[in-house]
Design a protein around this ligand. Structure first.
Ligand SMILES: CC(C)(COP(=O)(O)OP(=O)(O)OC[C@H]1O[C@@H](n2cnc3c(N)ncnc32)[C@H](O)[C@@H]1OP(=O)(O)O)[C@@H](O)C(=O)NCCC(=O)NCCS
Length: 338
């Protein structure tokens, strides 16, 4: 079995799921532990998301032997909101809202890495939702709810209109600092030791492997290696829109300068000068150790090569690639998460 999870969520007034929260999603669970739940749901194989009644939750709580699962079911049996059990036999593309939310949870719980799970068609699977101070609301029900709130003397704050909610309302992974939680979407993978400052942004199916300073944009599909520093306002191109197809990544111990940009996979111990935007096709002059030009290549030809320094020569305007001799050192005090 690929994944199993029990969740509590929100539906619109027509009974369609808007979102689901899974307190403890599992990857490759032992089928024996979840067998009583599968039996209660008459599970006959395949991928399915089935609504669970509080009575079924209570029956299952009595039947399971695993103490963690038992406790979870005991909590869920008191729910006033709809419950769901999702069983993913295989990692097929998400076929429902609960399945899509489970996959996003698996990423943010660090159970799978970006590109480690099938998210094909996830945009079509997810509804656009109003994320408000009263939880998730269907867009076409928002105006009525706003009126009801006003009439009751309440304030209904709309935080965003989006297919993806903010990650921290579902998962707060251990050992991270996130200055502005609205800038990290559910489905982001935030490694232990990562600091995300206000300018930082992390999309779903993207993130950091471990320690990192993020003051720039990590687009969907981009994964950043350990101990790398993304300077203020920098941008790593994504592949969702704009025509790019190549998966872009950043290696370990890299520095992407403030307002710089990257459009190809960067190796380890590389630096990009602040303000220099290099796309995959940028012509780059490769310099030898005496700073004499030896070759002109496209930036994509330098993909995943280590120890490179990219800068735009301020006297000639030429983008140069030199050997990177400096070491990225993250400020230990700045990065403390205690
Ligand atoms: C590109 C960069 C890494 C170079 O830094 P550095 O290796 O410390 O280099 P220095 O500034 O000491 O410069 C070394 C030499 O190269 C020259 N040089 C630096 N950048 C140059 C450029 N763009 N064009 C021409 N010459 C340049 C310097 O004038 C100096 O010349 P010298 O040997 O005659 O004295 C740095 O300018 C940079 O952009 N760092 C990013 C910092 C950042 O944005 N951090 C995130 C903050 S949020």
């Amino acid at each position: 079995m690929f994944s199993f999870a029990l969740g509590v969520g929100t539906k619109d007034s027509a009974g369609n799921w808007l979102e689901v929260y899974y307190p403890e999603p599992t990857l490759n669970p032992d089928p024996a532990l979840v067998a009583p739940v599968l039996k209660a749901l008459s599970y006959a194989g395949g991928n399915q998301a089935t609504e669970l009644t509080t009575v079924q939750a209570s029956t299952c709580a009595a039947a399971v032997s695993d103490t963690g699962l038992k406790l979870q079911l005991e909590h869920l049996q008191t729910s006033k909101k709809p419950l769901v059990a999702v069983i993913l036999d295989t990692d097929d593309k998400p076929g429902s809202v609960p399945e899509a939310y489970l996959k996003l949870h698996l990423l943010s719980h660090r159970l799978v890495k970006p590109h480690g799970i099938n998210l094909d068609g996830i945009f079509a699977a997810l509804p656009n939702v109003a994320w408000t101070s009263q939880g998730a609301i269907a867009i076409d029900e928002l105006a009525n709810r706003q009126l009801q709130a006003r009439l009751a003397g309440e304030n209904l704050e709309v935080f965003s209109i989006d297919k993806f909610p903010k990650m921290t309302n579902y998962v707060v992974p251990k050992g991270v600092r996130i200055a502005d939680t609205a800038r990290v979407r559910l489905g982001a993978y935030i490694g232990e030791g990562t600091t995300i400052m206000h300018e930082g942004f992390v999309n779903f199916n993207a993130g950091t492997a471990g320690t990192a300073m993020v003051e720039g944009r990590i687009s969907a599909g981009v994964f950043v290696g350990n101990n790398s520093d993304l300077g203020g306002g920098c941008s790593i191109m994504g592949t969702l829109s704009g025509g790019g197809k190549e998966v872009i990544s950043v290696g370990e111990n890299c520095l992407i300068g403030a307002n710089a940009g990257l459009g190809f996979p960067l190796g380890d111990r590389c630096t990009i000068e602040s303000g220099l935007y290099i796309s995959a096709g940028t012509k780059v002059t490769v310099m030898d150790s005496d700073l004499n030009p030896v070759d002109v290549v496209k930036a994509r030809d330098l993909a995943n090569k280590n120890d490179l320094l990219f800068l735009r020569n301020s006297q000639t305007g030429i983008v140069e690639c030199r050997t990177n001799r400096s070491k990225v050192e993250l400020n230990a005090e700045l990065h403390s998460h205690n």
